[in-house]
Design a protein around this ligand. Structure first.
Ligand SMILES: Nc1nc2c(c(=O)[nH]1)N[C@H]1C(S)=C(S)[C@@H](COP(=O)(O)OP(=O)(O)OC[C@H]3O[C@@H](n4cnc5c(=O)[nH]c(N)nc54)[C@H](O)[C@@H]3O)O[C@H]1N2
Ligand SMILES: Nc1nc2c(c(=O)[nH]1)N[C@H]1C(S)=C(S)[C@@H](COP(=O)(O)OP(=O)(O)OC[C@H]3O[C@@H](n4cnc5c(=O)[nH]c(N)nc54)[C@H](O)[C@@H]3O)O[C@H]1N2
Ligand code: SF4
Ligand SMILES: [Mo]
Length: 738
């Protein structure tokens, strides 16, 4: 590929003809543990520790082989994240290994008979090409013009590589498209982020308030288990969702709010808590800053004010606020996880944080605990070079509270513009399928056209790989080591991921790839361990364990470092904020000229005949990464679009009928099945994200269902931290096309 290149084409190649391995439900058959112990002792079955990569909760478990063949994956009982159980996606993980559509060899974009095609190349050829192109870009534009997008375990090695190379432009969609606003809102308020796993003490909660958070469909394992136990103990659940979610079905109160108005509800709740004097007076006095300003600012934000905005009746707002106060401090207003909704997300999440502060639940049993802060020793490496330009330069005076690079921002700043002195020229993309992950996919594809280098590291021929110059096939998590999983949580724990199988085809682990590139770039000193085993053993020996021991136990709890979960009664405590207090009134936002106390602003409403497009999760899939998995595909082959029964009747849409959706900008979806239901409001539709793959090489998932991203042609950007609010698109129905 030349610098003045031809327009980049999406490369489709026919899937390889390998017959698919038949793996069915018998895979999950289980023995009773006594039989299992005997079989293990006889060597008839073997087990290898892992932590799961099917989502980002990182549950630790065991991979079993019987007669050398994959048999089952189950949770490790010593692991706090899985609590001994895996979710359906985790058990289906073997399908990631057996999927015949996997990437098999490194691929290089070449031109053949005037057409761009992928040529299978050796690892040396692929890595030499990448290193050569990286050096060219560094020489011409500076190393900072290369960015890394990453999501998943192996991304950390490429992060080291990029920092060593002289760029700190490392972005993850899990920030600007996911939990960025939440982490910043909690930092502003309490001086600390929520983190993952969330520091919510759900198991001890007496009242749990969910705004959107659709636990049960959002299958983060340990959280779902704690939620079920809290429900079983009789905890009051208040679910605010325009859709009757699984969580709503377990709730005492379901508040079917008008989408986009949660901030008004939160302000009204705060109003009730303050003006009915239901707040934790001692806690507020001792630990918070700005109570009087808050009280004054919200004096007219009554439930009556919020009613026409939210459609939630004033008496329901009062009753639910009292319910929260009655159970405080064992009340959690859940901070949410995917919170990039409407562009005022940091402020909305901050309103929830303020409510938690008034209820006194931060640092209290049944509220938010203080997670452990354990760390693992690292092998010494040279200092990273100073960067001359970092991602912030691309956005002068914007997004002042952002702590991490913005994936969508780097994408924007790849499209040359007179406002910027330099744009990005190279992308390394590890484990994230940008065309389906970033909103405004047309913009993503436009940015890609301006690149001099695009490397995609994936296990599958995901859409992003079709746009790459070089595709590097990683082996799956079942075929590799990775960094030790260090989870904070109530008790710090580490988990080992060791390979249960040899890497299939010519796939390789990320550690090896990053180190080989480092060698070619003269940066080998940043990867002092020749193999990852050596690195892991070094770290483990430093904490009194070893790789050998971890292979036998999989999970180890680290000794607690005089850590406490909760504040003691009346304890003096300094919060890591500028005032040393919980900032109900944010001094940082004040300084930057933003509302120091959240204010409600109205969002655009759907035009006549249009409905707001909402999206979320299904329990058996993780985004688009599992829809081609042979074990999980069968559990849910396609998504549906939820349409309110009355609306469907008006449009003459029948349950199960295929329709297409058209958004406000005239963009159409692929055909998708209608799910006609009372379980969603009349002004919105809902679909599960991750379907509608357009790459034919994903033979099972190709063309099944519709991709919500395609319809997300507009975003509202959070002015505080740059997150992309994506629930600002409206769709109407087209029947003739389907
Ligand atoms: N099975 C499975 N579980 C997963 C994942 C997965 O892919 N699959 N992904 C994981 C990841 S990375 C994340 S970030 C989390 C995301 O999971 P959550 O943070 O729980 O997701 P939400 O953004 O809350 O979005 C979904 C819910 O918001 C509701 N909603 C839509 N608009 C509004 C609104 O305006 N107001 C209110 N109150 N509700 C609204 C929708 O109806 C839906 O029920 O899930 C995690 N868990
Ligand atoms: N429209 C819309 N957009 C969204 C969301 C939404 O709900 N709707 N959710 C947002 C959220 S919350 C998040 S966190 C992001 C998530 O976005 P992503 O992290 O991009 O999630 P996936 O689409 O699953 O893409 C993961 C890619 O990693 C590959 N992969 C899987 N395992 C491995 C591995 O072991 N190694 C390597 N190298 N690759 C692997 C998969 O094949 C896939 O191509 O998306 C965000 N974008
Ligand atoms: S929640 Fe499920 S998919 Fe996610 S890591 Fe745990 S077992 Fe794997
Ligand atoms: Mo996410």
């Amino acid at each position: 590929m030349k610098t003045k290149m031809k327009r980049r084409e999406f490369i489709k190649i026919a899937g390889a003809g390998a017959g698919s391995l038949v793996v069915g439900s018998k895979l999950y058959a289980s023995f009773n543990s006594k039989d299992e112990q005997n079989l293990l002792a006889d060597g008839k079955i073997e087990r290898t520790p892992t932590y799961c990569e099917m989502c980002f909760w990182k549950c630790a478990g065991w991979v079993y082989k019987k007669d050398g063949k994959p048999w089952k994956i189950i949770g490790n009982p010593d692991d706090p994240n899985s609590r001994g159980r895996f979710c359906p996606r985790g058990t289906g993980g073997i399908g990631a290994y057996t999927d015949p559509d996997r990437l098999k060899k490194p691929l290089l974009r070449v031109e053949k008979n005037g057409k761009q095609v992928f040529k299978e190349v050796s690892w040396d050829e692929a890595l030499d090409f990448i290193a050569g192109r990286m050096k060219d870009i560094a020489q011409k534009h500076g190393p900072e013009c290369i960015a890394l997008f990453s999501h998943g375990s192996g991304g950390s090695y490429f992060k080291t590589l990029l920092h060593a190379f002289g760029s700190n432009n490392v972005a993850a969609p899990s920030y600007a498209q996911c939990r960025g606003p939440r982490e910043e809102a909690y930092m502003l308020t309490f001086g600390e982020a929520v983190g993952s796993p969330e520091r919510t003490d759900i198991i001890n909660a007496k009242c749990l308030v969910l705004l959107g958070s659709h636990i049960g469909e959002n299958m983060h394992n340990g959280q779902v288990q704690e939620f079920s136990e809290a429900v079983a103990h009789g905890a009051t659940v208040i679910t605010v969702d325009p859709r009757f979610s699984t969580a709503a079905s377990k709730s005492k109160y379901w508040l079917p709010i008008k989408p986009g108005t949660d901030l008004a509800l939160l302000l009204a709740w705060i109003h009730v808590i303050i003006y009915e004097e239901l707040y934790d007076k001692e806690y507020v006095k001792k630990y918070t800053f700005g109570f009087e300003q808050l009280k004054e600012a919200l004096k007219d934000k009554t439930p009556e004010w919020a009613y026409p905005i939210t459609t939630i009746k004033p008496h329901v707002i009062r009753q639910t606020a009292r319910e929260m106060a009655k159970n405080a401090p064992a009340t959690i207003v859940h901070p949410g996880r995917h919170v990039t909704w409407y562009g005022d997300d940091t402020q909305r999440v901050r309103a929830g944080a303020i409510l938690n502060a008034l209820l006194g639940s931060w640092g209290r049993r049944g509220g938010f605990y203080f997670p452990s802060k354990a760390h693992l020793p690292k092998m010494p490496i040279p200092k990273f070079p100073n960067v001359k330009r970092d991602w912030r330069k691309a956005f002068p005076n914007k997004y002042p509270v952002a702590h991490l690079a913005l994936s969508s921002g780097i994408c924007d700043a790849t499209i040359p513009s007179p406002e910027r002195e330099c744009s990005f020229k190279g992308w390394i993309v590890y484990g994230t399928n940008l065309p389906m992950t970033l909103p405004q996919p047309e913009k993503t594809l436009e940015a890609i056209q301006h690149l001099e280098l695009l490397v995609a590291i994936d296990i599958l021929p995901a859409e992003i790989t079709g746009w790459a110059d070089v595709v590097l096939p990683e082996c799956t998590y079942l075929e590799r080591y990775d960094n030790l999983r260090l989870s904070p949580g109530r008790v710090p724990s580490i988990a080992l991921r060791a390979p249960a199988f040899e890497p299939k085809y010519e796939s390789k682990p990320a550690y090896w790839m990053a180190r080989e590139l480092a060698k070619r770039l003269g940066l080998e000193d940043y990867f002092p361990a020749k193999t990852i085993e050596e690195y892991l053993d070094y770290q483990l020996k430093a904490i009194g364990s070893s790789l050998e021991e971890m292979k036998k136990i999989g999970v180890k709890l680290l000794p607690e470092e005089a850590q406490k979960l909760y504040l003691e009664d009346g304890e003096d405590f300094e919060f890591p904020t500028p005032t040393g207090k919980i900032e109900l009134y944010s001094t940082i936002l004040d300084e930057y000229g933003f509302d120091p106390i959240p204010q409600y602003t109205a969002h655009e409403e759907p035009p006549e005949g249009y409905y707001r497009l909402l999206y979320g999760r299904a329990p058996m899939h993780t985004f688009g990464r599992t829809t081609n998995n042979p074990n999980l595909h069968d559990l849910m082959e396609e998504n549906t679009v939820w349409i309110n029964s009355k609306v469907a009747k008006q449009w003459g849409i029948k349950n199960g009928e295929y329709i297409t959706l058209e958004n406000q900008d005239g963009v159409r979806s692929t055909p998708v099945k209608a799910k006609v239901t009372e379980r969603i409001r009349h002004d919105a539709v809902f679909m599960v994200h991750g379907f509608g793959h357009s790459d034919k090489r994903l033979r099972r998932a190709y063309g099944k269902g519709a991709d919500d991203q395609r319809l997300i042609t507009r975003v509202k950007i959070d002015p505080l931290m740059g997150g992309t609010g994506m629930r600002v698109n409206f769709v109407t129905f087209r029947k003739e096309e389907a």
